[in-house]
Structures are given as structure tokens and as C-alpha cells.
Design a protein around this ligand. Structure first.
Ligand code: PEP
Ligand code: MG
Length: 770
């Protein structure tokens, strides 16, 4: 029944909406989804015309992409300027337009080319995804009619849902326009900074093992070799299945057993195998051909009414996945990596990273993951620029294309315009020159022009980090993330394994202090062998909460630390995610118990200092009490910023709101510094903020006793601090309460740096593009 007849019938409207959205989501591709939508929508709204225009970014136009009621021959051919006609008016104003007498509107224009008659009634809604205009959805009618408020909101609702479908299609590589498909004029994708630096190279897409959906389309060089590889993989799958069939001969009835034969015929030349071979002969590589044919048939089976046939989709997928696994094995062995490989993957794991020889790997990009994910940590410790969490990346279309990774800002540029490329080449050259030049500072003290000492410490994780810390002149380790050693294994490390790892860290830096944080998992850091599944992990079981609930893990770890400290005495223990005094007391009791135990075993070192991380707002307000009961404080500004501003630190959608220089964050930092000093204790800061050359002078002026950072930032920060007088920036700290925004603060510090000839430290990566 048409919607028009049901105005006011909310329930029916919702069910119509649900049905249309379901059908659109089930469509095999974007073209089919759009065609279906205009057809359904025209019927539901009982109107003459329904049309979708989509924005072509490269051309800067609204392209006529689907219609029911206008001239379909012009689909994909005709386009409008971004502010042309009523459609352009909707696009430029980004709000719905509901006109009973459209022909009276000053923007009205008739387009006979599309078969437009003088439609008098017009209702248009913009299609917007995350502030980004994707297109316009329009219904029109010859007979004069006023679309009701309900109909207008119906169209707006459909349009909002359609935006998600289109954004997803863009992300998964469904081509929106010929130029967009080729990234003709370059494209920029936004993610999260995973590892600093700039990489310029060629995209190499590595799919996760045997995932049919993740195989990129690629032209092959040697069709015969591809065909041979496909046939060899098929033969191996046949062998496997025959072995399984043989093993089950006794167990299955003869009828059931016969199913294996049927199963195998799916891959015959007369069936899907033949289709794959034909695609390879047409130039597609074997994996791409296999994936395309299999997915087409899987979708076909999945749409069948009959449940038996629907289940065949599972068989086809299983077979396809098996063949793909063999093909990938074979092709991995044969693959030649470009000299400057930018590795692109949905999820970067250590094993994916390991597939590219180190000398070829210049950058990494992943669709998933976060600044703290395993891959980002590894990339950082290998010194490879990385952008992670680039959720909208059309990964499968990046193979062989020029790619620039701005690891400072988490941006990826595909097929960049020559100007963009040149800009990054310049930045990269400056980076290299700066790194060389700064080496001269390694053995100089970090002291401001007016004589204030600012000890710079390093954050470490993998064992190589400790060497990098020394090489960059770190005066201590302010945060050793012990969880990294846990992440790299497939089970909890034993006490002795841990002792050896910790000993290396302590020994290499002795007598300088090394601050070891007790296991900090949960949130975005999960161990493969200790999964934590929660709806709200950042507000859930993480940090000290996990280890206090599992004293056996905590005690083993602390014992290992204490034993590793024997004969060195440079250990400090740090407790993550403390939100109340009881957690600190409990942890201290457990540490004291461990200490008694190791003394009883013959070890002799006194109890090391125990510190508290200030990472949540509650700890800021409790800082004085915590400082009285702890030996030192250390601010985890990454988490503190996320909890103070209620912004997930790894969510690219809200990355613009993640502002560590927000006046509220800086005020909290100052509160913590004062509380620690009032209690006579030292306080350090070990979040990413400490390594930001723009933030560091402010932090020293606030009174932080040490700044602890990724070793890669150490000399930059030192260079800035050695070139400034703290008295020049102290006034900013004194009037923190007057600042209204992060940008106001960063602009002021940046101006100060520029005035002191430190401009190059302001521009890490391409801030202009943020
Ligand atoms: C922090 O939260 O600032 C911090 C240093 O800890 P992590 O980044 O490991 O959560
Ligand atoms: Mg933290």
C-alpha cells in the first residue's frame, strides 16, 4: 500500500521503511541497491519520479545515478553543478526542500534531456555521512501536491540510511564513478597516527589468510602460470577432501558419504572451476578470479528461498576458502615486493608484517587497529611510519598505486597529485636531515636557556626499544609497557621468562631508573589467549582491575620484576588505571608480599618505589591522597584525555575532538603536578603529549619532573627545550584558566616556537591537512 495512503500510520511507515532498507542492504552491489531504492520509494510514496544523484568528488558534480520515472539512458552520463537547480540547492544547503509549487522557486530549472516534464511538486533530501555530502535523493510529481511532514521525515530517514550504504560501498571499493575508482586526482583517507614519520611508496595489499571477501582484483602478468597455480590448488583441495571422505567412510551412511562426490563436482571445469579458469584467461589473477566467482555464487545461494539450497552457500564458501588458502601459500612464495612497499591490510598482525622483507618495507596502513594495537606498537618499534584505523579505505583498490603515509597525523594519500607528493618528499627530506642534525644533542643535557633541567625519559615496549632509548640519550625509562611482551606470545609468560625480559631492560639502562608498569590489558589491548569481550571495554575490566582480580598473574609479574632488579636497584613499579585508594592499598600489599617472598628466597634488593598512573578524572581529584600513599605519580595523558573529553582515543570519527591541549586537560595536568609536589613526591608524564615538541615546553613550565616519550621524539623535544627560556612560556601556565580552546593554546605556543627559530618543530607531518 502506498505510503501516501498511510500518513499518520506510524507503524506501517516503519515497516515499509524497514522492508526497503533491508532490501537495499541485501542488494549485491551499489548499482542494484540504488535501482531498487528508487523503485521501492516511488511506489511507497505514490509519486511519479524518484531519483538519486551522487557526488563525484573528483569532478565536483552531482551525477544522475538512478531513477524511476526519468530517462534511464542518461544514468551515469548526466550531471549537475554542485549548486545547480533545485537539486544543487538541496546539496549546498544540506537540508531537505519540500515545494508544492516547485516551478515558482527561483532555482527551478527544467531538464528536458532527462525527460522532465514540468513537475510541479518537489521533495529533496541531502544524503550525508559524517558531515560529508554524498548526494541528493529526490521525489517529484506532476500533479500539485503537498508532501506531508511525515513523508518528508520518511525521505530524510531513508536518505540517512542510504548514506551508510554508500559510505560502506566506498569503503569496500564499490566504484562510485569512473574517476573515483581510479583515484584520478588523488584521494585522502583519515585514520589514527600509528607510528610517526612519512612514507612514500607503492601499495601492496595483503589479505588476511584465506578470506574470499578480502581479495583484491588485480591483472596478472602470466596467465598460464596463474592457471597452473589454480589447477594445482584445486588438486590439493581434492586430495584433502578425498582423505576426509575416506576417514569418514565408516561413520557415514552411503547416501551421506556420496555428498562428498557432489561437493567435489562444484569445482569441476563444467561448473565453477570453468568460470574461474575463464576469468583467469581474461587476465585476472587466480585469487581474484576465484574470489569473484565464488562470491557471486555464494550470494546467489544465500538469496534462495529453499533452506537446503541456502545452505549450499556454506559449502561453496568452504571450498573456495580452501582453494584460496593453497593459492595464497603458493603466491606468497612467488611474490616480489616493490623496493618501497607500503603495506596495506585490513588488520596488521605480526605475521602480516613479517611477509615483507624489512629492507622493502617503508610504511604500513591498516583499516582496523588503533594507536595502541599490537601492529602500531610493532611499527613504532621498527621505526616504520604507520596510519591505522583508516576505516574508509577502499583497501582492495590500492594495489600497485602510489601511496603516501603521514604517520604523524594518521593520513593516507592515494595516487597523490604531484604537488602533494612533492610536499611530502620535502617533509620527508627535512625529517631525515633533522634526525641527522639532532644526533649532536645526544649527550648534552636537556636544559632550558634559563637553566631549568628537564629530564627526558623514554617509553619502551619491545626489547629493541631499550637500545633506541640509549641511542637517543634517554635519562631513564618512564614507562615500560610490559603488556607488549605478553601480546607477542600465545600464552602468559612464566615468571622466569618475564624475569629475563625485565632484566634486559633494567640492565641495559642501569643505573638509570626503569619504570615498569604492571600488566595493562583490557580496553583496546587484548591478549589473544585471554580475550575480554565487553560492550564498553574502556569503561570495563582493564588495567589494575584485571590484575587485582587475578592475583596469580600480578604476583608472578611482580616477583619477576623484583628478581630482575637484583644487584641493579633501578626498578620502579607503576600501577595503571587506578581510580581509588583501595586499589593502591591492595596492590601495595601484594607487592609487599612478593617482596617478602623473594627476600625469603635469598634476594636482597629493598622494596622499589611504587607509583600510580593518573589516567582517569577520579585520580586527578584524588591526586593529593594518592601521592601521599605512593612514591611517585605518572600521568597517562592518552587515557586521561580520552576520559576527560569523553572521546575514544582510537575512534577516527571523533579524532578531531581528541585534543590533549584542551584547556580542561591542561588544567587537570596542573592540578596533578601541584598535588604531587604538595605531598613532596615527583610526578612525570608518559602519554604521547610528552613527546610533542609543542606541548613539552608547557609541561616543563607546569612543573613535571620528567617527560617520558617514544625515543623517536626525544631529541626533537630536547632541541626545542634547549632553545627556549621557560620564563617565556610560564605566563601561559599561570593563566591556564583564561584559555577557551585547544587551538588558542597551540597557536600561542607555536607562535613562540616560530619566534625562537623553531618553526620546523611545529610542522610534524602535514598539520595543514588536518
Ligand atoms: C596513557 O594512557 O597515556 C598511557 C601512557 O598508557 P597507554 O597509552 O599504554 O594506555
Ligand atoms: Mg593508559
Amino acid at each position: 500500500m502506498p505510503l501516501a495512503a498511510n500518513v499518520g500510520d506510524g507503524e506501517r511507515m516503519i515497516s515499509t521503511l524497514r522492508r526497503i532498507i533491508q532490501a537495499v542492504n541485501d542488494a549485491p552491489d551499489l548499482e542494484a541497491a540504488l535501482a531498487l531504492l528508487v523503485r521501492e520509494l516511488r511506489a511507497a510514496m505514490a509519486t511519479d519520479v524518484c531519483t538519486i544523484y551522487l557526488r563525484d568528488r573528483a569532478a565536483g558534480r552531482l551525477v544522475f545515478r538512478a531513477t524511476e520515472g526519468l530517462n534511464r539512458d542518461r544514468v551515469g552520463q548526466f550531471s549537475l553543478g554542485m549548486d545547480e537547480g533545485l537539486v544543487g540547492w538541496v546539496a549546498s544547503r544540506e537540508e531537505p526542500l519540500n515545494l508544492e509549487e516547485a516551478d515558482q522557486h527561483p532555482r527551478f530549472q527544467l531538464i528536458p534531456d532527462l525527460g522532465e516534464e514540468p513537475f510541479s511538486t518537489f521533495l529533496g533530501a541531502p544524503i550525508i555521512h559524517q558531515r560529508d555530502l554524498l548526494g541528493v535523493l529526490v521525489v517529484q510529481q506532476t500533479a500539485r501536491r503537498r508532501f506531508s511532514n511525515d513523508e518528508e521525515s520518511f525521505l530524510v530517514t531513508i536518505s540517512a540510511q542510504l548514506a551508510g550504504v554508500i559510505a560502506h560501498a566506498e569503503a569496500t571499493g564499490a566504484v562510485l564513478s569512473p574517476t573515483a575508482g581510479q583515484f584520478g586526482d588523488g584521494a585522502r583517507f583519515v585514520g589514527v597516527a600509528g607510528s610517526p614519520g612519512i612514507a612514500i611508496g607503492e601499495g601492496v595489499v595483503l589479505s588476511p589468510n584465506a578470506d574470499l571477501e578480502a581479495v583484491p582484483s588485480r591483472q596478472c602478468e602470466d596467465r598460464k602460470a596463474e592457471l597452473r597455480a589454480f589447477r594445482a590448488a584445486l588438486a590439493r583441495v581434492r586430495d584433502d577432501i578425498e582423505v576426509v571422505a575416506e576417514n569418514l567412510r565408516e561413520e557415514l551412511s552411503p547416501e551421506d558419504h556420496a555428498l562428498f562426490g557432489v561437493y567435489l563436482t562444484i569445482l569441476d571445469d563444467s561448473s565453477l572451476g570453468g568460470e574461474v579458469a575463464a576469468l583467469i584467461k581474461a587476465g585476472e589473477w587466480a585469487q581474484g578470479a576465484l574470489s569473484q566467482v565464488m562470491l557471486r555464487h555464494i550470494r546467489h545461494f544465500e538469496r534462495m528461498e529453499h533452506s537446503y539450497l541456502r545452505e549450499r552457500a556454506v559449502d561453496v564458501r568452504d571450498l573456495g576458502t580452501r582453494v584460496l588458502a593453497y593459492l595464497q601459500d603458493d603466491q606468497r612464495e612467488r611474490r616480489q615486493m616493490p623496493a618501497k612497499t607500503v603495506l596495506v591490510a585490513e588488520e596488521l598482525t605480526a605475521s602480516v608484517l613479517g611477509e615483507v622483507p624489512r629492507e622493502c618495507l617503508v610504511g604500513v596502513v591498516s583499516m582496523r587497529g588503533s594507536a595502541n594495537s599490537h601492529a602500531a606498537i610493532l611499527a613504532r618499534s621498527m621505526g616504520i611510519p604507520a596510519a591505522v584505523g583508516v576505516a574508509d579505505l577502499p583497501m582492495n583498490r590500492l594495489e600497485g598505486l602510489p601511496v603516501v603515509v603521514d604517520g604523524y597525523n594518521g593520513r593516507v594519500y592515494v595516487n597523490p597529485h604531484s604537488q602533494v607528493r612533492r610536499r611530502f618528499e620535502l617533509l620527508q627530506a627535512e625529517d631525515t636531515a633533522l634526525t641527522e642534525e639532532l644526533k649532536a644533542l645526544i649527550n648534552l643535557p636537556c636544559e632550558t636557556l634559563d637553566g631549568v633541567r628537564a629530564p627526558l625519559w623514554a617509553n619502551t615496549g619491545v626489547s629493541a626499544d631499550i637500545q633506541r632509548a640509549r641511542d637517543n640519550g634517554a635519562e631513564g625509562v618512564g614507562l615500560y609497557r610490559t603488556e607488549v611482551g605478553f601480546l607477542l606470545r600465545d600464552r602468559f609468560p612464566s615468571e622466569e621468562e618475564q624475569r629475563q625480559i625485565y632484566r634486559e631492560q633494567l640492565d641495559k639502562l642501569a643505573p638509570s631508573p626503569v619504570t615498569m608498569r604492571t600488566l595493562d590489558v583490557g580496553g583496546d589491548k587484548s591478549l589473544p589467549y585471554f580475550p575480554i569481550e565487553e560492550d564498553n571495554p574502556f569503561l570495563g575490566w582493564r588495567g589494575i582491575r584485571v590484575t587485582l582480580d587475578h592475583p596469580e598473574i600480578f604476583l608472578t609479574q611482580v616477583r619477576a620484576m623484583l628478581k630482575a632488579n637484583e644487584g641493579l636497584g633501578n626498578l620502579r613499579i607503576l600501577l595503571p588505571m587506578i581510580t581509588n585508594l583501595e586499589e593502591l592499598e591492595e596492590a601495595r600489599l601484594l607487592i609487599a608480599r612478593c617482596h617478602d617472598e623473594v627476600l625469603a628466597e635469598g634476594f636482597t634488593q629493598p622494596l622499589p618505589p611504587v607509583g600510580v598512573m593518573i589516567e582517569v578524572p577520579a585520580a586527578v581529584y584524588l591526586a593529593r591522597a594518592l601521592a601521599e600513599r605512593a612514591d611517585f605519580l605518572s600521568v597517562g595523558s592518552n587515557d586521561l584525555t580520552q576520559y576527560l573529553l569523553a572521546v575514544d582515543r582510537n575512534n577516527p570519527r571523533v579524532a578531531g575532538l581528541y585534543q590533549p591541549l584542551h584547556p580542561a586537560v591542561l588544567t587537570a595536568l596542573k592540578t596533578v603536578v601541584d598535588a604531587a609536589h604538595d605531598a613532596g613526591k615527583t610526578v612525570s608524564i608518559c602519554g604521547e603529549l610528552a613527546g610533542d615538541p609543542v606541548a613539552a615546553p608547557l609541561l616543563v613550565a607546569m612543573g613535571f619532573d620528567q617527560l617520558s616519550m617514544n625515543a623517536g621524539n626525544l631529541l626533537r623535544v630536547k632541541s626545542v627545550l634547549r632553545s627556549l627560556s621557560l620564563s617565556d612560556i610560564q605566563f601561559m601556565v599561570d593563566r591556564l584558566g583564561h584559555y577557551r580552546s585547544a587551538i588558542q593554546i597551540s597557536t600561542q605556543v607555536e607562535a613562540l616556537l616560530r619566534d625562537n627559530g623553531l618553526e620546523r618543530f611545529v610542522r610534524t607531518g602535514d598539520r595543514a591537512q588536518q
